[in-house]
Ligand binder design. Sequence first.
Ligand code: ACO
Length: 335
Amino acid sequence: MYSSKITGLGYYVPENVVTNDDLAKLMDTNDAWIQERTGIKERRHIKKGDGNSTSIMGAKASRIALDRAELSPDDIDMIVFATLSPDMYFPGGGVEVQEMLGMRTVPALDVRNQCSGFIYAISVADQFVKTGMYKHILVIGSENHSGGLDFSDRGRSVSVIFGDGAGAAIVSRNESGEGGILSTHLHSEGKHKDELSLKGPSTGYWVPQIIAENPQEDIPYYPYMNGQFVFKHAIVRFAEVIQEGLESNDLEVGDIDMLIPHQANLRISQFIQHKLKLEDDKVFNNIQKYGNTTAASIPIALTEAWEMGKIKKGDLVVLAAFGSGFTWGSAIIRW
Ligand code: ACO
């Protein structure tokens, strides 16, 4: 059995900065409410004509990660692409990146686990590398939320939270055998699927039915989120799955050098930090600048923390996520 490690990281966010005051021009909201409830000051949105899409942003982040791993697209044996906002209903973003980067006819797998998508994707990559089947896997998390949010008053409790962006990581065979991805831990609880969801268009709720059953001015093809319900479950599951990961490696909270939580809401991250009694410099948050970028949030945060020198060789890095499904997971990494 081999082990795997992250050998390259990259992220890309659109240039267009959207502040809370900008959103207040579109809907009945304000900077104080958004900052107090979520910690978010601004986020990035794709601008019409700026040439970005979920897959294009994923490809941009991937090129940076490949350069840093000193690999070319030809070296990659598999793509795992996590998103809830693909460019097309089908096929998924993985094949688009395969084409954009001019890669060999390698497998391209799409992961649909929303906020936990990147942890699920890393876990899949880790298994393929561990068994020896593949040597280098490109893992991407990318989202174009702004293309599908309700920016009227009706959607304000959801649309102020989310932003666009992409992050990528190269998961490679750990030739030295030192450290690397120690373990990943994945969970789901489908009974809460309705609490954070987008019901249609889907095969269960197709366009003609949506139009026939709803008044023209109230067509429900926007996400629904039971915010307080999600919050209460998130804080329990985040803490649980971090503890599970640590215990399975005979580690303790005190061993954590850097926790990168999915950037759901700054209040959720602060709650977990407080619950685990972690010092400020052991938890990385950048939701203030980018909002919640779902599958992209962990690779963007991980890349930024690494670029800022906050993650060093030998550090114990813990990634953790919770989101729609509900699904949740953690990854324990010795850097
Ligand atoms: N601006 C101003 N007022 C607003 C806005 C807004 N954008 N959105 C809602 N309000 C109003 C509501 O209408 C309500 O008004 P009322 O009291 O007159 O009825 C009031 O603010 C309070 O609304 P709540 O929904 O109860 O606000 P809450 O304190 O629960 O905060 C929030 C909402 C931020 C969504 C919170 O529930 C939350 O963070 N939940 C966690 C969900 C989360 O983080 N999701 C991220 C995606 S999922 C994930 O990644 C895990």
